[in-house]
Design a protein around this ligand. Structure first.
Ligand code: NG6
Ligand code: CA
Length: 516
């Protein structure tokens, strides 16, 4: 039969022509990438993961058009270590000073470290981070707020940045654009420190009755925008932001970056401060739910996700842009301010069915919403494969056809096909979970088994609704997540062999210095 080879030749020619067209073929596998990371958003905090007290239509749309992971994790139950491992692909407990960073923290990721953005930049991606940084700025002395703030994101792979440099509850309330605090008046320099700068400096303790949101623990130092914070600062008045405007600013800066790089490929890390304390959504979202500012901030965050999706639709980029949606740690109710999150919680379960939350290695601490969407490339569906934000570095490097250097991203597994929802694709086989820094608290999930290890025999935030309880716990606990997803039946005594196996596996994973 003559027609078959002819047809094949025609098809091959057509394929060859298509490959040469921009936006198709080779380029189609170097999609734009947007990683959207929420702050303190729990597994049960969005309606596609079971929330019913309010709805998150934009995040739900993302899930219905992409892969929704039911066993998706961040690597730690606090912010700094999760962000550290997201960018470096290495577990944060292996690094130094990787716990919650103080206001004057020096840059934690050292220049020269291979990162997700440095890998992508090498293959032509324009890279940006917009929003919360919380990974320190500056050399060993810390940030020089009135001069060049480096090293920072631009020294580890980002072409540009627009940051909330610390956290919204830590001083100072200014933005950082590339290396500088914008709008800083040299006649009004910014000073940041951890001691009261003068006896008459107003604080959350001395001027408590003037506050628009009262503090419940910590958070009683310098007052800005009627809210007292962690740490002290003076000056920089013209550069200061209003908490109410942060979400709009992240969207505005991100849309600018997307528009400027619409010919792609680009990588945008959209790091929202929502729903971290102090939860002060814009006036138009205040009262959006019955649950107070915590849930109102979720609605604001959902709006941000919608704006990013709309921008991609407007620029006709939804089918060459991969969106990854995730959170940096599980939920917390009272994290230092009296915003009535707990009092107004009602039946809402921020960690879904899971136990624990922020600060904890129970599932609620790290099992968080994780969604991937790439229209036309990812088949919509739900996946139970085990994937973690730490895997994005290796997986996205593979997607961009960038070989992974042997000594980089030491714990990042290439689970690209699972992220893309390919049939039969496998996630990782095990995952180490941690709480904060390197303090001897670990979780290890292997299949359905889960080991907890507490070298200090103390656990925080075990019951998220009771919260900051510092609970005494045995050094080791063993659970079977399939039979006992709430981790309430400790099987350490009844399954000594399993306990031994997981204990030694965890010790090995820590000692080896890498798991890849
Ligand atoms: C804690 C803060 C908490 C929050 C957290 C960091 C107190 C009492 N608590 O130390 O409010 O800021 O650090 O959160 O100060 S994270 O999401 O950025 O990790
Ligand atoms: Ca966080």
């Amino acid at each position: 039969m003559k027609s078959k080879p002819l047809l094949r030749r025609l098809l091959l020619t057509l394929y060859g022509v298509l490959l040469l067209l921009p936006g198709v073929g080779a380029f189609a596998e170097k999609p734009n990438i947007i990683v959207i990371m929420a702050d303190d958003l729990g597994y049960g905090d969005v309606s596609c993961y079971g929330a019913t007290a309010f709805s998150t239509p934009n995040i739900d749309k993302l899930a219905s058009e992409g892969q929704q992971f039911m066993s998706g994790y961040c690597s730690a139950s606090t912010c700094t270590p999760t962000r550290y491992s997201l960018l470096t692909g290495t577990y944060a407990f292996r690094g130094e000073r990787t716990g919650i960073a103080p206001p004057n923290s020096p840059a934690i990721i050292k220049p020269g470290t291979e990162t997700m953005p440095s890998l992508l930049r090498r293959v032509g991606y324009k890279t940006a981070v917009v929003g919360k940084w919380h990974l320190g700025l500056g050399g060993p002395e810390g940030p020089d707020w009135n001069n060049d703030l480096k090293p920072g994101p631009l020294e580890i792979g980002f072409d540009t940045c627009f940051l909330l440099p610390t956290t919204n509850d830590r001083v100072p309330q200014v933005y950082v654009k590339d290396h500088r605090v914008p709008n800083l008046d040299p006649k009004d320099p910014l000073w940041v420190g951890n001691k009261k700068p003068s006896p008459d400096h107003p604080t959350g303790q001395t001027h408590r009755d003037t506050l628009k949101m009262d503090w419940s623990h910590g958070h009683n130092s310098t007052i800005h925008n009627g809210i007292s914070r962690i740490g002290f600062y003076t000056g920089g008045e013209a550069a200061r932001f209003r908490d109410e405007d942060l979400a709009d600013k992240w969207v505005e800066e991100s849309v600018k970056f997307i528009e400027a790089n619409k010919d792609g490929p680009f990588f945008l890390f959209f790091a929202s401060h929502d729903i971290h304390v102090p939860r002060i959504p814009h006036e138009r979202f205040q009262g959006a739910t019955e649950l107070g500012f915590r849930a109102d901030s979720i609605i604001q965050f959902d709006w941000c996700v919608g704006e990013l999706m709309k921008t991609l639709d407007r620029l006709k980029m939804a089918d060459n842009t991969l969106i990854v949606f995730c959170s940096d740690n599980g939920p917390v109710m009272d994290d230092g301010y009296k915003d009535f999150a707990l009092e107004k919680l009602g039946k809402h379960r921020a960690a879904g069915q899971y136990t624990g939350g922020k600060y904890s290695v129970y599932e609620g601490g790290t099992r968080t919403p994780l969604i991937t969407r790439w229209k036309g490339r990812i088949q919509p569906g739900v996946s139970d494969e085990l994937v973690c934000t730490i895997d994005l570095a290796a997986s996205l490097a593979n997607l961009a056809d960038q070989p992974m250097p042997e000594n980089a991203c030491l714990d990042s597994m290439d689970v690209l096909s699972a992220f893309l929802g390919e049939t039969g694709a496998k996630g990782r086989s095990h995952l180490v979970q941690q709480d904060n820094g390197n303090n001897g608290t670990f979780g290890l999930r292997v299949g359905d088994w889960k080991l907890h290890r507490y070298d200090k025999k103390r656990a925080r935030n075990v019951v998220v609704e009771k919260q900051l309880a510092n609970t005494q716990v045995p050094q080791f606990q063993l659970f079977n997540l399939k039979d006992d997803p709430t981790e309430s039946k400790n099987l350490a005594k009844s399954h000594p062999e399993k306990l031994k196996e997981l204990k030694s596996m965890l010790a090995d994973l820590i000692a080896k210095g890498r798991s890849r």
